[in-house]
Design a protein around this ligand. Sequence first.
Ligand code: TA6
Length: 304
Amino acid sequence: MPVEKLHDRVILKHAKGPSAEILFYGATVISWKSGSTRDPTTVERLFVSSKAALDGSKPVRGGIPVVFPCFGAPTHPEHSKLGQHGFARSEKWIWDTIVADNETSVSIKLTLEPTDKISSIYSRPFHLAYVVTLAEHQISVDLHVTNSSTSTVFPPDVLEYQALFHNYIRSPANQVLVTSLQSLSYYDKTESTEEGRVTAKIELRPAVDVRKFTDSVYEDAPQNYEIIWPGGGIAIRSRNLKDVVVWNPQEGGRNIGDMEEGGWEKYVCVEPGFVRGFVKLEPGKTWIGQQVLTVIGEERRLSL
Ligand code: TA6
């Protein structure tokens, strides 16, 4: 299947019509067009603000930003020089290879290693690989984190980090429901105090809406959940990502400089990640965090 490399992005085209675009900047998926089992017409499944910068001047407001090595404001001492959500989403990744290309899907790989610029703010040994796979009704992304330390002294040179896929799912925000979160413990960041303390709660709803300002961090979530709305839906399956964030700023979106007018009505962020606590990776080991996004028609929905 065609893989088109341009100066700033890679474009994947599936033989049956779907496509995906990935900026080298931030390895940010900025477009995923796909049909469903019921309707093969391909439509854009991700939201990117019309005011988003796509020139590498700032993280993309939309698509699937890659969050690493910290989620939100840094809390780990090794991350103290990093900005919100870490550096992976705002560095230029390197084209590596076409990993697979067959009649069902096409996969490409980008990589990121320490540069002088990264090393000036983050001195830990790492190697990242990002594999994007486009299938007929699915897109999946795998983040491979390797602790590239060669240290053999005790204690082991463990790499501690967080990772998350910051999905902007194109949808009618005031009609979406996120399933499978009932009874989970979550932190409600809309009620955080000046000191940044958040309120711990238990989710009582069978499905979560974002009709009001929502910024919730669910812990130990199931691997499978769905974002559904009248006439559409996206199923998410994750691996090694124990938490999930649900965010929509609603009218607060007016205070986000690169948010288009009314943009907050056109998406919900449902973000699989490992964000409560830190992944601890031994020297020489590789961890893989994966998500698979599938377009679901009315006929494929989990019962609420
Ligand atoms: O994932 C939700 C969140 O942490 C929100 O608190 C909000 O800050 C959002 O990310 C967007 O962050 P950004 O740095 O991209 O503006």
